[in-house]
Every structure is written in C-alpha cells, then in structure tokens.
Design a protein around this ligand. Structure first.
Ligand SMILES: C[S@@+](CC[C@H](N)C(=O)[O-])C[C@H]1O[C@@H](n2cnc3c(N)ncnc32)[C@H](O)[C@@H]1O
Length: 171
C-alpha cells in the first residue's frame, strides 16, 4: 500500500501550474493491469517485460475501426495518462535513485502532462481487447494512443542517460 505517494521529498520543488489548459484530449480506452496501488507497479516497462506479465488494453467500441490491421504488429507504442500523478513538480528525487533531477530528465509519471510511453509486445487481439506484455501502470489507467512500433525507425541503440550509463536501462 502507498504511504503518501504524493508527498514532496527533501530537495523536490513544485511550481504553480497555468490556470488554463492549451488543448483537450480524448481517452480512447482503459488499461487493465494486476496493480491497484502505485507501489505495486513495475518501475518501468523493462521490469514488466522481463517478468512476462500480460495486461489488457480495452479500446472503446467507438474506435473499433481504428484497430483494423493492428494484429499485424508484433509490438506497439502505447501512450497512456498517469491519472493519479501530481503535475506540478519540476525537481524530483525518485525513491529508487535519490538524487534530485529535473522532471524532463526523468521518466517519472509526475509531469505537467502525465503522459507515459511503453513499447509492448502484442500477444493477442480479440475485438477491441488487446493482450500485451510490457506495461507498468495502475489498473484503470486511461489510454491516450496506440501506434505501431518500428524498431528500425524508432530505436537508437547507442544512447545513454548519465546515471544509467552502465546499466543501459530507462529511468
Ligand atoms: C516510472 S513510470 C514509467 C512510465 C512509462 N513506462 C514511461 O516511461 O513513460 C511507472 C510508475 O508510474 C506509477 N504509476 C503507474 N500508473 C500510474 C497512474 N495511473 N497514475 C500515477 N502513477 C502511476 C507507478 O509507480 C509505476 O511504477
């Protein structure tokens, strides 16, 4: 169970957010996962992929036609909305690596627009329900978009993120 997942830690900083939004968005479905509390979720897609945990993406019937051909994809880029994340932190000290860093240097769900991204393996398509492997979010997390993952176009293999230079994983 999360203690207080929204509490500000030492060294973190919050800002006042703009009073108005610049755009609206349509959630296109929900993600069903085994995790009910943030502390239970895998830290990132790597962990979830390694464990082979299957989750279900439920796309709203309204968008059924937009799934035409999706079964030909082995992997998808999933964009989702971290609906329980606070949005006002600009400096964060993630629990698993302590040092304070800017929000845009982190993969934390806490950001002005709490959009998360994961590459998932597409295991099965049954109507508007997709079984996928490689997600890390709470049960009920809203779905923002689905796109085919093109390894050749999307992957830049020789990248580093300072603190993970030796491990070569995302944060
Ligand atoms: C570090 S984020 C990475 C998300 C995504 N793979 C990315 O890189 O954009 C994953 C963590 O976000 C938290 N989380 C999961 N679902 C959430 C939700 N719906 N709202 C807020 N936080 C969530 C959990 O603590 C989980 O371990």
């Amino acid at each position: 169970m999360d203690m207080d997942p929204d509490a500000i830690r030492p060294g973190e900083a919050a800002i006042e957010l703009p009073t108005d939004f610049d755009a609206g968005l349509y959630f296109i479905g929900r993600i069903r996962t085994p995790w009910r509390h943030r502390s239970e979720c895998p830290k990132n897609a790597n962990e979830s992929r390694a464990a082979g945990i299957a989750c279900t993406i439920e796309v709203d019937e309204r968008y059924a036609a937009a799934l035409t051909g999706i079964g030909t994809c082995t992997h998808l880029l999933v964009l989702y909305w971290m609906h329980q994340a606070r949005r006002d932190l600009v400096i964060q000290s993630p629990r698993h690596h302590g040092a304070a860093r800017g929000t845009f240097a982190l993969r934390s769900p806490v950001r002005p627009n709490p959009v998360a991204a994961s590459i998932v393996e597409l295991a099965r398509v049954e109507g508007t329900r997709l079984t996928v492997i490689g997600l890390d979010c709470l049960d009920g997390t809203p779905l923002v978009d689905l796109k085919p993952h093109f390894a050749a176009a999307d992957a830049v293999v020789e990248t580093t993120v300072g603190r993970y230079a030796e491990q070569k994983i995302d944060g």
